[in-house]
Design a protein around this ligand. Structure first.
Ligand code: PMP
Length: 368
């Protein structure tokens, strides 16, 4: 299989993940904060170190906390449920994923598009998808930061697509809440991730999930200190360990080196696609990008292309609206059912791009 669906979930994972999970299973797959064994204390220390590495990796503000969740969706739900109220208004980017749009809609929040809707009153926060999962383009954050600072409202950043692909500097961006996932650019397991929340904002957010924390056990109420306030129940320890390995790998390899390899693959891919008649690449091609190419064909249905790529050539892509109907409306690809999306990882090669381009040329020739 040639795997070109890394914006969905990366594969393969980084080399350290297999080893750390093996060690975990062999040396005792324990829990943290609930045991008095020395091995459990060791594990607690490891998880503590991973929290610190998350803060370092995203250059989190000093007075902020890392909270582990199942990923960006849960982190955004935590923020929306815990901070916003029905009929509040928020600003979002024109490229939001349903991980943001659905929690807002289901909670009765008014959604306004930043840089498009003018003069919206009483805005409670700005939520921005740092990089589009449809085009891979990185969103220009200057205006979002200016508005958030001027109105003294939180800036919330969805880094599902940007983390591990481009540098994300939470302090420089001025974000108050940063949501991240382990399983894409950070090359870890699915179902792990979290949020970095400034202390000031965390005080204003209600927990999403209530239950045991291994702390303050005499109380029927949740602790109000972090991270316990937002971490009821057993954490996804294997997922968090994989996140730690992913961050270590990306830091050691160098995010610039990962970025430049994927940039080369993307440029070759775009060059090849523009030479195939009937194919159009969607989105600006000269912006900072995470290593994604979305395209459509005027001759052959996108879904047919994707399934032939898979069935006849063993090439995995993703076709359709990719859970981002708003982004496709912005890009004018909603009514045609979205795009075929190719998304690269560090582990893809130029020869795989060549195989993809040859396959597409053949598919378009024989299926017009
Ligand atoms: N936001 C964006 C931009 C995404 O691409 C995704 C994953 N497809 C999510 C949010 C949701 O992330 P998770 O699956 O980790 O909840």
């Amino acid at each position: 299989m040639i795997y070109l669906d890394n914006a969905s979930t990366s594969f393969p994972k980084c080399p350290g993940v297999k080893q750390i999970l093996n060690d975990y299973l062999e040396k005792g797959a324990l829990n943290i904060n609930r045991s008095t064994s020395a091995s459990s204390f060791d594990l607690e220390e490891k998880i503590f170190d991973i929290r610190e590495s998350v803060k370092r990796f995203f250059n989190a503000p000093k007075n902020s906390y890392v909270v582990f969740t199942r990923g960006v969706t849960e982190s955004i739900n935590l923020f929306v449920n815990g901070f916003l109220n029905k009929n509040d208004s928020v600003l979002v980017s024109p490229y939001e994923h349903n991980a943001v749009i659905r929690p807002l809609t289901e909670n009765g929040i008014n959604i306004n598009i930043i840089d498009q809707d003018k003069c919206v009153d009483n805005i409670k926060c700005v939520i921005i998808n740092h990089a589009s999962n449809v085009t891979g383009n990185v969103y220009e954050l200057g205006n979002a930061k200016r508005i958030a600072q001027k109105l003294r409202i939180p800036l919330v950043l969805d880094t599902a697509q940007s983390a591990g692909c481009v540098k994300v500097d939470m302090s420089a961006i001025g974000a108050d809440f940063l949501a991240f996932s382990a399983h894409k650019g950070l090359l870890g397991l699915q179902g792990a991730g979290g949020a970095i929340i400034t202390e000031e904002l965390a005080k204003k957010i209600k927990p999403l999930i209530f239950g045991g924390t291994g702390s303050l056990s005499s109380s029927y109420n949740m602790p109000d200190f972090l991270p316990d306030k937002f971490e009821a129940g057993t954490l996804n320890i294997p997922g968090i360990l994989s996140l730690g390995e992913g961050i270590k790998f990306v830091e050691n390899y160098g995010i610039e080196n990962i970025h430049s390899h994927k940039k080369q693959l993307r440029e070759e891919c775009i060059k090849g696609l523009s030479a195939i008649s009937g194919i159009s690449v969607i989105g600006d091609t000269d912006k900072e990008n995470t290593g994604v190419v979305s395209f459509i064909s005027s001759n052959v249905d996108n879904a047919v292309i994707a399934s032939l790529l898979d069935n006849q050539y063993g090439i995995a892509t993703r076709v359709g609206l990719q859970c981002a109907p708003l982004a496709h409306k912005t890009l004018n690809t909603f009514n045609i059912g979205g795009t075929v999306r190719v998304s690269f990882s560090l582990f893809n090669t130029l020869s795989e791009v060549e195989v993809l381009l040859d396959a597409l040329t053949a598919i378009l020739k024989t299926n017009q």
